[in-house]
Write a protein that binds this ligand. Structure first.
Ligand SMILES: Nc1nc2c(ncn2[C@@H]2O[C@H](COP(=O)(O)OP(=O)(O)OP(=O)(O)O)[C@@H](O)[C@H]2O)c(=O)[nH]1
Ligand SMILES: [Mg+2]
Length: 194
């Protein structure tokens, strides 16, 4: 039987974007993250915030497990961003598209990741259903993300999150095969994930 592969991916983005929600909803197995009551200026936006990491495993098929590592959103925990991104094949960057403060912070955070790695990044624009959510083209301009793929996502909906993960896996495969890497047939049925 073929060996089971593990793909580590990072789920990051500014505070309150839906990172913990995505990992909790999509994972087949998870270790609960460390969320504590927000005590600082953030507490006016949300009750609980991640201070450690979120971790979950998505069983894609008999050949592949995806290990999802979620970062804390607040920049005072940015030492965790570096630690958690080690060994990741790609990144899902979530952004709350209804919050100007998150967009302003997300711009710098996105550059931080982009400058440190050439691995694929897919942006998930969350909170599309919330009043004041910015149109996608405005987000692209304000975040200065160039031609990075950006996909609307409600992390409370498993199908939305799976679309993001599959898009990232596809980008990882494309990059590896494009780099002259050997194509692995084991991944042919990746798209059967339903
Ligand atoms: N209406 C709506 N609510 C959302 C959406 N995405 C996430 N939420 C809610 O937003 C809140 C914050 O989500 P979290 O998953 O805690 O966000 P986080 O990115 O982990 O936040 P930090 O750990 O503080 O950085 C939760 O109440 C979610 O249910 C969305 O697309 N629409
Ligand atoms: Mg969180």
């Amino acid at each position: 039987m073929a060996r089971k592969e593990i793909a580590k991916i990072l789920i990051t983005g500014p505070f309150n974007a839906g990172k913990t929600t995505l990992i909790r909803h999509i994972s087949d197995e998870q270790s609960s993250g460390k969320d504590v009551r927000a005590t600082d200026a953030l507490s006016q936006f949300k009750g609980m915030t991640t201070v450690g990491l979120d971790f979950g495993i998505l069983h894609v098929d008999e050949h592949l497990d995806v290990h999802l590592f979620g970062t804390p959103g607040q920049s005072r925990f940015n030492f965790m961003w570096r630690i958690l991104s080690k060994g990741a094949l790609g990144t899902i960057f979530l952004i709350d598209s209804s919050s100007q403060r998150a967009i302003d912070e997300g711009k710098g955070m996105f550059q931080y990741y982009r400058e440190r790695s050439d691995d694929p990044i897919i942006i998930g624009a969350t909170k599309r259903d919330v009043a004041g959510a910015k149109p996608i083209n405005q987000l692209v301009a304000e975040l200065n993300i160039g031609n990075t793929t950006i996909i609307p996502c409600d992390p409370r909906k498993v199908d939305d999150s799976k679309t993001l993960v599959l898009s990232l896996l596809q980008a990882i495969i494309d990059q590896q095969t494009g780099d002259g890497g050997e194509y692995d047939d084991d991944y042919d049925d990746l798209m059967d994930l339903t």
